[in-house]
Design a binder for this molecule. Structure first.
Ligand SMILES: Cc1ncc(COP(=O)(O)O)c(C=O)c1O
Length: 371
């Protein structure tokens, strides 16, 4: 989760208030074929071109209520019962649920440090028809791996050769700490095989439910038909608010500030994990994003740690959502971006204490009080 406390809430509130009080807002009402705010699509078309190399017009964009809705719209438009869809082995569980709900037969493919194994993807394509692949190119959820540039291009080639759709969920594009981001697969796609989406919920707050989806015009028209069935006309006032904040450069300035803060938080979080948790976790420092993916080492029990932490008001996932079939959960995603430095220290102190207690109740308690 992002840190709402850094977000330009005052500017957002003032802009929202201004829009709802003026005629600009009234003109958004009562237009029956309007499904989202044209101004936001215009501003976004420019912004996505400047920041991500996406060559798109407002007609290539559909505003949604975030990444989750984008996924659902795409799945319900694209999939028929029994269609094969490739996903990463360990994938964002809500994405898998959306695809399965819409009839997909999920085929899981492993990854390494450069992302999904494309030799395996090609082998699968040779043996059965594939409708699409779901990719999170920056900081795959949950493993935080970034898909390497060569693999992005190779994946695009495969999608042309075997005629499948690439569903590109770029939820974490804005947060890179060691180098710049890699351009989206959609930025190299001239045949229209890629449907790209992103969201403001990861930028500003998980409560700001505005996302966007970029695709060829015909696909956008189809997606609009589905969207109209359950979210008409969307949140016009917030859409216009974001259009103005981007137009005025407020989101861009905020992103620079957040990037700096999150980098410091990642460094502190990883430093403490590296120096005080070697016995508990194995992990790689992520190059971006808002979370760390860690393997819990034996003999610790993630279940017991999570229960004990919750008793001290620290929420840690039990890990079952990321466990493979018949596997005892032993991986965990730890979010750092939403916590300031003091909160990171106290959260990790609790984690250290409860971990020690679950192994030997008295021994190590208090050892890490200087975190
Ligand atoms: C990989 C990934 N994609 C999409 C989403 C959905 O985001 P949104 O809040 O925009 O619906 C999430 C939410 O955590 C996510 O982790």
């Amino acid at each position: 989760m992002p840190n709402e406390r850094l977000a330009p809430v005052d500017e957002l509130a003032a802009t929202y208030r201004g829009i709802i009080k003026t005629r600009a807002y009234r003109s958004l009402l009562g237009i029956s074929d309007v499904q989202d705010d044209l101004k936001l699509r215009e501003v976004l078309a420019r912004y996505l071109g400047e920041t991500r190399g996406l060559n798109c017009d407002p007609e290539n964009i559909l505003i949604t209520r975030g990444g989750q809705m984008s996924m659902f719209l795409i799945a319900s438009m694209l999939l028929n019962k029994g269609d094969n869809l490739i996903v990463g082995k360990r994938n964002f569980y809500l994405a898998n649920q959306v695809f399965e709900y819409n009839g997909a037969n999920l085929i899981e493919v492993s990854s390494d440090n450069e992302g999904i194994d494309l030799l395996a993807v090609e082998k699968i394509c040779q043996s059965m028809p594939i409708k699409g692949i779901f990719i999170t190119p920056h900081h795959h959820h949950p493993t935080t791996v970034t898909l390497a540039l060569e693999r992005r291009l190779h994946l695009l080639e495969l999608s042309r050769k075997y005629n499948f759709a690439v569903i590109e969920d770029d939820y974490d594009y804005d947060f890179h700490y060691d180098c710049g981001p890699i351009l989206p697969i959609a930025s190299s796609d001239c045949l229209g095989n890629v449907i790209y989406f992103g969201s403001f919920s990861k930028i500003l707050s998980s409560l700001i439910r505005i996302g966007y989806l970029v695709a060829p015009k015909e696909i956008i028209l189809e997606l609009k038909k589905v969207k109209r069935l359950f979210d008409y006309p969307g949140d016009s006032v917030m859409e216009r608010t974001l259009a103005e904040l981007i137009r005025d450069g407020i989101i861009q300035r905020y992103l620079k500030k957040a990037l700096k803060a999150y980098k410091a938080r990642r460094d502190l979080f990883c430093h403490i994990l590296e120096t005080k948790f070697e016995d508990l976790f194995r992990f790689q420092k992520p190059s971006g994003g808002m979370a760390i993916w860690a393997e819990v080492l034996k003999p610790y029990s993630l279940d017991k740690i999570a229960d004990a932490a919750l008793a001290k008001k620290l929420y840690i996932a039990h890990g079952e959502k990321y466990a493979l079939k018949n596997e005892k959960p032993h991986h965990i995603r730890l979010g750092f971006a939403g916590l300031n430095e003091d909160e990171i220290r106290s959260a990790l102190r609790i984690l250290r204490d409860v971990s020690s207690e679950t192994i030997s109740p008295k021994n190590e308690k208090g050892v890490f009080s200087k975190l």
